[in-house]
Design a protein around this ligand. Sequence first.
Ligand SMILES: C[S@@+](CC[C@H](N)C(=O)[O-])C[C@H]1O[C@@H](n2cnc3c(N)ncnc32)[C@H](O)[C@@H]1O
Length: 341
Amino acid sequence: MPINKDALDVWSELAPEWDAGIGRDGNVYWEILQKPTLEKLFAASRALPGGAPVHALDISTGNGLTARWLTSYLGGTGEYAGGCSSTESNESNESSERSEDKKEDKKEDKKEDKKVVVTATDGSEVMLGRARAWAAEHADVTPEQRALTFARLDATSPDDFAKFYAAPPSRPAFDAILMNMAIMDVPTLEPLAAALPHMLAVGGVFVGSLLHPVFITPRTRRLVEVVHDFDHVAGMDDRSVDSTFTTYKRSVRLDGYLHVAPWRGFAWPGQSRAQYYFHRPLHELFGVFLRGGQLALDGIEEPNFTPEQAAADPAASKRVEMSKNFTEFPIFLYFRLRRIK
Ligand SMILES: C[S@@+](CC[C@H](N)C(=O)[O-])C[C@H]1O[C@@H](n2cnc3c(N)ncnc32)[C@H](O)[C@@H]1O
């Protein structure tokens, strides 16, 4: 089976677990690291009072978390829930899917009244089903989030991207495009890089993010050294120590960076199947987007937990090896590209 298809099929299998772990509002990585970073990178893309609607595309939306966030952040308050009293779970989505077609028509009619128009896409239909269910009529999200539109887009397919090329007035160019934590999930970035200048408005931005390609690869070893510090009392024999405490010195060691083969790994505890990861050194990651001359790198972030945040987590204090404790070595890499011509 070609690696493209296999990599996507794994995500379809993982969709229920992913949805259960991420839910409506995301996990701790989203809340503490990803969302604040995205707020920074998209701050200038938000709708202006009385201004034209912001057009946004979410690539690899997963269960729709990032598309819901784009809707609320670019269009207004950044809040998630509200407007619906029901707390039905995302499992009961079948009837809502039946009315999806009718709903999509109504959405088209109303688009131009909105502050933001977000299209959520994913390569996996099963994952998209999960995202759709969070925007169904009964879902406990905002009315704007229920108005999301959905489409399948395999980020390795130039033909899929062509459907999103700007063709005004019916298909305006996008002001903001996001691919959150999925850059490392796709075996090629060429189709995305080729499509961005056709999809973005001049001045529009693309934000991508991934596991940090230096610090989080199978070729990176995390090391923990246990150091005993002794409190020497002046004038006493060196061996007569009256107090000690233990500190942990954390470091990383790499035995590969330029050439790291695709690998399969796990993103959450108890994950039923490993998914693929595709590593790129920084010159490859950015080179593919920059060589056409139409996109410029104009934002970069390396979010990580602070020592205080790590210390506040009881699980992290018990498990000295947890990546959360490696506060000097960022877990994620975020970058923003702007279409300049
Ligand atoms: C780690 S999840 C990230 C989901 C979401 N962006 C978030 O931050 O919550 C990776 C997503 O990439 C999707 N994906 C994997 N391969 C893809 C491809 N070739 N085209 C589009 N999406 C893909 C998966 O289905 C999955 O939803």
